[in-house]
Write a protein that binds this ligand. Structure first.
Ligand SMILES: [Zn+2]
Length: 93
């Protein structure tokens, strides 16, 4: 889904959420019903990718928030041993 912008000459700009590539060149104004031409924006240039997935997830969280029932487990990371003093010694001339 993508957000497309249209501009009515009387009532100004309004948005419509439509599938990618399905936006008509003009759309009826939600107030007066007259055909409003589409306004081009950079949103359509994002394509499908992590940025679009993040935007979709953020928008979905408004109406369908993710519910957490427990504290997430800490990721297991291997502890590296501290570097020895010999590793910091400069070579002798
Ligand atoms: Zn209008």
């Amino acid at each position: 889904m993508a957000t497309y912008s249209y501009r009515c000459r009387v009532h100004g700009e309004f948005d419509a959420r439509l599938p990618l590539g399905a936006a008509p060149g003009s759309r009826g104004c939600p107030v007066c019903g007259t055909q409003a031409p589409r306004r081009w924006s950079g949103v359509a240039l994002l394509g499908r990718g992590p940025a679009v997935a993040l935007v979709d997830r953020c928008e979905r969280s408004r109406t369908e928030p993710e519910v957490v029932t427990s504290i997430p487990a800490r990721p297991r990371t291997a502890r590296r041993p501290a570097p020895s003093a010999a590793a910091h010694r400069l070579p002798r001339p």
